[in-house]
Design a binder for this molecule. Sequence first.
Ligand SMILES: NC(=O)c1ccc[n+]([C@@H]2O[C@H](COP(=O)([O-])OP(=O)(O)OC[C@H]3O[C@@H](n4cnc5c(N)ncnc54)[C@H](OP(=O)(O)O)[C@@H]3O)[C@@H](O)[C@H]2O)c1
Length: 300
Amino acid sequence: MKVIVLGRNGQLGQCLSEQLLAPQAPPGIEVQLFSRDECDLTNFQQVRRTFAQHKPDVVINAAAYTAVDKAESEPAIADMLNHQAVKNLAGVCGEFDSVLVHISTDYVFDGASDAPYVESAETGPQSVYGKTKMLGERAICKSGCKHLIIRSAWIFSEHGANFLKTMLRLGRERNHVSVVNDQLGTPTYAQDLANAIIKTLPRIARNECPWGIYHYAGGTVISWYEFAHEIFAAATTRDMQTPQEISALSTAEYPTAAPRPACSALSTTLFSQTFGVQASDWHKGIQTTLAKISDQQADQ
Ligand SMILES: NC(=O)c1ccc[n+]([C@@H]2O[C@H](COP(=O)([O-])OP(=O)(O)OC[C@H]3O[C@@H](n4cnc5c(N)ncnc54)[C@H](OP(=O)(O)O)[C@@H]3O)[C@@H](O)[C@H]2O)c1
């Protein structure tokens, strides 16, 4: 089975790359990975050429416009990548009979729920980013191509830019850190998400995959403030520098360009039942991420 990964240099893209190229990767998978330079999703001719050359059975799209606040002032750029380019990609997948595995976000929801969102819940994005991702999802569903849309949330890892790394930096720079305590979610270790995506491939290869929308995220719900506490507690055990004080803020006290959902926790139940993969263990993910960052620092 030929698998191509788009967005290889993002945090999820790097995790997919590591796991798909590892000796313990599922057998029978031939992988090609593409950076933005090698396959720019907004260059429709380049996308078509890539398909014509590689004739993929499966395309994993880990590329996206992910700058949530910046999207508010760059709506056309965000829409181009998260919606128009995804619509084109789905169309080309249909033409080449390739399966599209696409990653979406918890920010397609309005956040008014008091329980983790299930896949059938109504969407209601609050931000430009969330809206463009929702329109990308809709375009895939409408295209008729075989697809898995996997919504995830609060992704962190040793790669790229993410909340955990921001907290570590602030912990080095400041004695006092303030974090929002009234936004709830389900943090997801990107390596767990990559593993979950890879676990769908044998079902796809056997042509017995139930297509549609799934959620894959952390198994327990916390606030950003609680997440920061967990990160600093784990960092302390590794002798990493942490702030003396962490205080809780309300969303009103920490205005951002893009509004955030109050509770965007996702339920992974359907994914677990369908593919036999447990929700992300973000607690363990924090430990693993810190261990990898410590190793990287020791090597420098
Ligand atoms: N991060 C989160 O907390 C989060 C939460 C929920 C869902 N998600 C979704 O999860 C997926 C992966 O997110 P991530 O955190 O891994 O994102 P990321 O680290 O920002 O990576 C996005 C990747 O997309 C690439 N890209 C940008 N424009 C492109 C273009 N025109 N053509 C091809 N590639 C392009 C970027 O390339 P460069 O490296 O060249 O910039 C980058 O490698 C995305 O769909 C995102 O919406 C993320």
